[in-house]
Design a protein around this ligand. Structure first.
Ligand code: AMP
Ligand code: MG
Length: 337
């Protein structure tokens, strides 16, 4: 199959929407990362998404809608808190897990009786949903297990020949996937996957915000994941990623003892003055680190890195999302110095 590169003008967006209506798969920019868009109500189309990504069948897809008012068309009940959250955070990088109805096939929800609903703010994604008139399932457009794509070029690299088209909408603003939450009480939510709608932001609306244990800890054998994506090795480049926690001085000393050919460090902008070993930087604060993380992991592979020591941000605010991706990329290998 030839994968066509489309631009973000309206003629091309009509083409993209038409492909989706016809059960084809299109790489689409969103404000989080690029998604692999398909008609969420079309089982055949959704099957193609799982095949293109090599994604395990029990890992559910998020369904994207043009407006939260459409959520009632795909769910059996919506708690009041969901509407309050939607008012504050939709459109944007927040996914709410709700009980699904049978317009969402089981293959889309990975066999669960719930569905993750998101209303994206990116004008290209929004327009494609609107023109197609379909709910759009859109997992991150990477090969399963590999870092998520934040540019059309990343999608092309992973998906060329496997999907019909990719729409180029520039680089993704946030750079990490949406915050996924489950609603657990009148004013309680549980974060299943951290993102750029942070715990602190949710606390402005909810009286209790629980961080699911699996966000920072490896699941024990046989333990059930509230968020199925959390049980897989994820976000990993080819290079071996190792998180080194502690002050810069200790980090430098540790890298010094373990450096070698094709070893890199991934550090903060503020660490780079006189940093004595080979490195890349990934921003000055956790928002920049979220924006740049996946791009840098891909660049480290391109540079031929075999091992990468990473300085991780503190796991708070947007830093929790960055930390969560890194700890999985590292297969939970964390060194404390
Ligand atoms: P991705 O499609 O790559 O953004 O990953 C979506 C992730 O959202 C999945 O791996 C799950 O962890 C989570 N998710 C989606 N739908 C549900 C659901 N119905 N229940 C729990 N978690 C979900
Ligand atoms: Mg993903």
């Amino acid at each position: 199959m030839d994968t066509v590169l489309l631009s973000d003008n309206d003629i091309d967006l009509v083409k993209a929407a038409e492909l989706i209506r016809n059960g084809e798969i299109v790489g689409i920019p969103t404000e989080t990362v690029y998604g692999l868009g398909a008609d969420a109500s079309n089982e055949e189309a959704v099957r193609k998404v799982f095949a293109a990504k090599g994604r395990p069948a029990d890992n559910p897809l998020i369904v994207h809608l043009a407006d939260f008012s459409q959520a009632k068309d795909y769910t059996t009940s919506i708690p009041d808190l969901a509407y309050t959250l939607a008012e504050k955070f939709c459109p944007g990088p927040l996914t709410m897990v709700l009980p699904k109805n049978d317009r969402i096939p089981m293959i889309t929800s990975g066999g669960l009786d719930t569905v993750g609903i998101r209303v994206p703010s990116h004008p290209v994604m929004h327009r494609i949903i609107e023109i197609s008139g379909r709910p759009i399932a859109a997992p991150s457009a990477n090969t399963s297990g590999y870092p998520s794509p934040t540019s059309a070029e990343h999608v092309m690299r992973d998906m060329n020949g496997k999907i019909s088209a990719v729409v180029d909408g520039g680089s993704s603003r946030f750079g990490v996937e949406s915050t996924v939450i489950a609603i657990e009480g009148e004013s309680t939510v549980r974060i299943l996957r951290p993102g750029c709608v942070t715990k602190e932001m949710l606390e402005q609306v909810c009286s209790e915000v629980i961080i699911d244990h699996a966000i920072l800890h490896e699941l024990e054998a046989g333990q059930k994941a509230a968020s199925p994506g959390m049980k897989y090795k994820h976000y990993s480049p080819k290079a071996d990623i190792i998180m080194v926690e502690g002050e810069l001085e200790g980090f430098i000393a540790y890298v010094g003892e373990h450096t070698g050919d094709d070893v890199y460090s991934l550090i903060f902008d503020s660490d780079s003055d006189n940093f004595p070993y080979r490195y890349m930087t990934y921003g000055k604060d956790s928002s920049e680190q979220a924006h740049l993380l996946f791009q840098r992991l891909r660049e480290l592979d391109d540079a031929g890195a075999v091992r990468v020591y990473v300085r991780a941000p503190r796991p708070e605010g947007v830093g929790l999302a960055v930390y969560n991706r890194l700890i999985r990329a590292a297969g939970f290998e964390v060194i404390r110095v």
